[in-house]
Ligand binder design. Structure first.
Ligand SMILES: [Zn+2]
Length: 295
């Protein structure tokens, strides 16, 4: 909501499109696997496959192969009593699937205990994300209608269809452009602005000792003079050139970290604030379109 409010101020927004993915938990837990495997790529099989792809990072669980057709794999083989439930399923490339055949995962990965451990851990996480999406999607949609701008919603399947039609790789920022798109989407950048919520730090005025008495006066560590950790600043160097960076959580001296990652001190005299810390981190991320998996 914060970001919609901000963007509306900056640009003439005519409508809002939001993807309302509904994961059918019942179906995810008890899918008719046979049917779904034969329907790969069609809309019926979409939800389970998409949930598995998201959950397992769009790669073969056994060899990390990407950009190959992935098959739905029973971690514990059906012949050994494995179920069709979501948490017994993963994705593997055709070759691994063939090689594993009806071996148990312990047998198949007996030389790779690290991977075995990771798969087990990941299996347990199961459907937490899907549940979170389910419980917030309607509330979000409803809140967005308060902006007095038409709000459209599309399903995850529609988004994916449009992305395929537009021949674009998978990345969440690309999906965002495909939600409710009426015509093919063209990509102008592979360098989206990434905004990450970082919070405002600790606002506590005084710390207390174990009896509840205040220790000392108010001494915020993250603010020094006019500079707050996270401020984006422009510093003039001795040779006259400029360098951009972010103010570091202040210790003794004022320091900042350049966008190149170098930590340097600065003096307020040669420094201009570019953007005050607002609880978000901004960065440009380059994305390799061949191996895209942005969280
Ligand atoms: Zn594989």
């Amino acid at each position: 909501m914060t970001w919609v409010r901000r963007i509306i101020k900056l640009a003439p927004i005519k409508s809002i499109a939001v993807e309302r993915v509904k994961f059918d938990m019942q179906k995810l837990e008890n899918p008719e696997i046979e049917g779904i495997e034969y329907q790969q790529g069609t809309l019926q099989g979409y939800t389970l496959r998409e949930a598995l792809l998201e959950h397992w990072g769009r790669k073969c669980a056994y060899c990390d192969a990407v950009n190959v057709p992935l098959e739905i794999e029973h971690i514990r083989p059906k012949s050994k009593g494995g179920s069709d439930r979501f948490n017994n399923l993963t994705l593997s490339c055709h070759q691994c699937n063939q090689t594993k055949n009806n071996q148990s995962i312990e047998e198949f990965l007996k030389h790779d205990s690290v991977r075995l451990e990771n798969i087990r851990k990941h299996q347990k996480k199961s459907l937490r994300n899907a549940a979170a999406v389910n419980s917030t999607r309607n509330k979000l949609f409803e809140s967005l209608t308060r902006f007095d701008i038409p709000v459209y919603s599309g399903s995850g399947a529609q988004t994916k269809m449009m992305r395929f039609k537009s021949n674009l790789p998978k990345a969440h920022f690309i999906d965002a452009g495909c939600v409710n798109a009426l015509q093919k989407v063209t990509l102008k950048t592979l360098q989206p602005l990434r905004v990450k919520c970082s919070g405002h730090g600790n606002r506590q005025f005084v710390t207390t000792d174990k009896h509840g008495f205040p220790r000392k006066g108010y001494a915020p560590k993250h603010v020094r003079k006019d500079w707050k950790a996270g401020d984006i600043i422009k510093v003039q160097r001795k040779d006259g050139s400029f360098v951009l960076g972010r103010v570091k959580k202040a210790a003794k001296a004022l320091a900042f970290i350049t966008f190149g990652g170098k930590e340097t001190s600065f003096s307020p005299k040669n420094t201009k604030p570019i953007h005050r810390s607002d609880g978000y981190r901004y960065s440009f991320t380059t994305i390799d379109p061949v191996n895209v998996n942005v969280n």
